[in-house]
Ligand binder design. Structure first.
Ligand code: SAH
Length: 264
């Protein structure tokens, strides 16, 4: 069967064998690990993962033709789920032995990341996430305080995940070639992280700040709190700073203060 890549499903298949091998290595897969690969496509990365002998491999592929092709190629060596990852609630993922790989359409990587951080009831645990992003988005995710790329994505990703930039991937590694550069990131859940009741509140708070990223933080603080002056004193914030100068911890503390005030 010949496969004509579907642009609507963001199909850019990885062909570069060295890159594929390097991605599989990052999983550091042990014999009792369960691997989940999202958007396996024609199964090139799946092949490399299989060689690491995990306990089980689940793949989730939206394209029916590709799911069929994968079945012909791998038979019962892998478990194929022909579903859209955004509409599928894979509760069995909640497992400390799960390693998740995804070389996916970039918008889907970002959405998965956001969901798997903020909906922690659904996805209680996993060992590692390994996802491909558009290079510019990856830079925003790993950005440090005070840098131009620092913002909501960096803060939210940092909340309960240890984020690591693995490497950049050139368009030449794919067929068809995408127009942009890609970057592979990995995410490992932190053992300890700042307790927030509802992580959606981190999104809410950072949105208020970064929607006006050039303004001093006095303004967003005033919008969020009636008693902004007290909050500033309590959290030892400097009113003359701008949103990009506050650390992730500052934002988590502001979020907690907001949550505490909601209750009282
Ligand atoms: N990982 C493969 C394929 C990359 S192309 C490789 O590296 O070669 C992206 C793949 O994601 C395609 O196979 C596409 O069909 C699949 N895909 C796109 N949207 C998806 C979704 N919402 N759920 C599951 N798979 C999806």
């Amino acid at each position: 069967m010949t496969i004509k890549p579907k642009r609507s499903l963001g199909q850019n298949f990885l062909l570069d064998k060295n890159i594929i091998k390097k991605i599989a290595e990052i999983g550091n897969i042990k014999s009792n690990d369960i691997v989940i690969e999202i958007g396996p496509g024609t199964g090139n990365l799946t092949d490399s993962i299989l060689k690491k002998n995990p306990k089980k491999i689940f793949v989730i592929e939206k394209d029916y033709n590709l799911a069929k092709l994968l079945y012909e190629k791998f038979k019962n060596k892998i478990i194929i789920i022909n579903k859209d990852i955004l509409k599928f609630e894979p509760t069995f993922f909640s497992n400390e032995k799960c390693i998740v790989f995804g070389n996916l359409p970039y918008n889907i990587s970002t959405e998965i990341l956001a969901t798997w951080i903020t909906e922690n009831e659904k996805f209680k645990s996993y060992k590692k996430l390994i996802l491909m992003f558009q290079k510019e988005v990856a830079e925003r995710i790993v950005a440090k305080t005070n840098s131009k790329d620092y913002g909501r994505l960096s803060i939210i990703s940092n909340w309960r995940l240890e984020v690591k930039k693995e490497f950049n991937v050139s368009p030449n590694a794919f067929f068809p070639k995408p127009k942009i550069d890609s970057t592979l990131l990995s995410f490992v859940p932190k053992k300890q992280y700042f307790k927030i009741k509802n992580p959606k509140n981190i999104e809410k708070i950072t949105k208020v700040f970064f929607n006006q990223r050039r303004k001093m933080i006095k303004k967003p603080l005033g919008q969020i709190f009636k008693n902004a002056d007290d909050v500033v004193k309590k959290l030892k914030l400097n009113m003359n700073l701008r949103p990009q100068n506050l650390s992730p911890l500052n934002y988590f503390e502001i979020t907690k203060e907001y949550e505490d005030q909601l209750i009282n």
